[in-house]
Design a binder for this molecule. Structure first.
Ligand SMILES: Cc1ncc(COP(=O)(O)O)c(C=O)c1O
Length: 419
């Protein structure tokens, strides 16, 4: 009996493994997966003897290469050592309250709490917020949000999924939810594949009508989109203070999660929230008590990044928008499909035939263009393709190189055409 059971478990594990076979094949065969980068010069990277232009990093503002940010590290490391290896509950270098204060001010949020990564936040904070209640999860939410919800389920919460970006479906599910327990709604801000933000005001309204708490992961919006102003330097808005400010929303019933690991090129993340909840999470969310904190270099670059953002951020975003708009205009002129309707620097290009992913990868590699391959099951089969991320540190010549390569790919009928 025991043997039979373990065979069955083995078989179902293998079936589950088969889902990952495309990815495993690419991991071992594709030069663009699991690569070792030997050298970086600006946005040029060397893998072995091959130089490529990098359109795969999320360093949107180019702060990873900014001399002022780089220079900020040494003094802080001399002052604090390389790593403040206390549990946060025991001790925090004063860099923490300094960053939290600046961040809270930038976001115009009631308060903020820093933790090492967004992944830590989802896995620990979603279960605390959900308790044994009901969670409503966007069907296309990022994997790390999904995993946080699965942890919440293991701790007694009930998980319901609503159709991606569908406020009416969410409202219908919330109407049917039992009264007396505050529902939690989890979703992405700027989507990591499409580059589009959700209709936040409509989601916020539905949540407020049902006294639900809206939990939004704006990993890719923070640092790029921000408050709208007559003097904004681009349609991204001003100050890069994230999706809540971009839509002119308040933080009533909204908890915003974001991170420094994309636009700010640093290993740190935050949750914008009321002070009572911040204090509760200090004892209830595992990473504050049990995980190692971010290294001093990350705290230094996050702090310097916030200063640079105040002084130069809008000029950098204007440049980023100009470069991105150039690529998007070319994609449109070629008649190609991309889901990006927002102009953010995340441009997903699905293939005409998903089986061509190895060919397309080789094509891009040969022309010296490095991208994020979007293979199954990272994306559904009908969305297999690649994602280009533009950063402010890409030169105009590199943008030109990308544009010429896209023309050649479109000419070889490898990319899906717009409907
Ligand atoms: C939407 C989204 N959430 C969370 C993460 C993970 O962020 P972190 O590196 O801070 O854990 C990513 C990273 O790719 C992401 O795209």
């Amino acid at each position: 009996m025991a043997i039979g059971n373990s065979r069955m478990t083995g078989r179902s594990n293998l079936r589950r493994d088969a889902r990952w076979s495309d990815l495993e094949r690419l991991r071992t065969s594709s030069p663009m997966y699991d690569a070792v980068i030997d050298e970086v010069r600006g946005r040029r990277i060397r893998i072995g003897r091959h130089w490529l232009t990098d359109f795969a990093s999320c360093n949107y503002l180019g702060l990873d290469l900014d001399p002022e940010i780089i220079a900020s590290i040494e003094g802080q490391v001399r002052r604090w050592g390389t790593h403040p290896s206390w549990s946060r509950l025991l001790g925090n270098p004063s860099l923490y309250p300094e960053i939290e204060e600046k961040l809270t001010h930038l976001l115009a949020a009631p308060d903020s709490l820093l933790l090492p990564t967004i992944t830590h936040i989802h896995s620990s904070v979603i279960p605390v917020l959900a308790g044994e209640g009901m969670v409503f999860l966007d069907a296309q939410a990022h994997k790390t949000i999904y995993d946080g919800c699965m942890t919440a389920r293991g701790m007694g919460a009930t998980i319901n999924r609503f159709r991606a970006n569908d406020t009416e479906h969410l409202a219908e599910l919330l109407r049917a939810a039992p009264a007396g327990i505050r529902p939690l709604v989890c979703m992405d801000g700027v989507n990591s594949m499409t580059g589009n933000p959700p209709d936040l005001p409509s989601f916020a309204q539905v949540c407020r009508e049902h006294d639900a708490l809206l939990y939004v992961d704006d990993a890719h919006g923070f640092g790029i989109i921000g408050e709208r102003r007559p003097d904004e330097t681009s349609p991204y808005g001003a100050r890069g203070n994230g999706i809540v400010q971009h839509f002119g929303e308040t933080y009533d019933n909204i908890v915003l999660v974001g991170g420094f690991s994309k636009a700010y090129s640093s290993l740190l993340a935050f949750i914008a929230l009321p002070t009572w909840l911040k204090n509760h999470l200090k004892v209830a969310a595992a990473p504050y008590l049990y995980s190692g904190p971010s290294p001093t270099a990350s705290l230094a670059t996050a702090l310097a990044g916030l200063d640079v953002n105040e002084r130069r951020g809008d000029a950098i975003r204007a440049d980023l928008h100009r470069k991105t708009a150039r690529v998007l205009a070319h994609v449109q002129a070629l008649g190609l499909h991309t889901p990006n309707r927002s102009g953010t620097p995340i441009i997903e290009l699905p293939l005409a035939d998903e089986r061509d992913i190895d060919l397309v990868c080789q094509f891009l590699w040969d022309r010296g263009i490095y991208v994020t391959l979007a293979a199954y099951p990272l994306v559904p089969r009908d969305q297999v393709g690649f994602r280009i991320q533009i950063t402010a540190a890409n030169t105009d010549e590199e943008i030109e190189q990308l544009i010429e390569t896209l023309s050649a790919l479109a000419g070889a009928v490898m990319l899906r055409e717009a409907a």
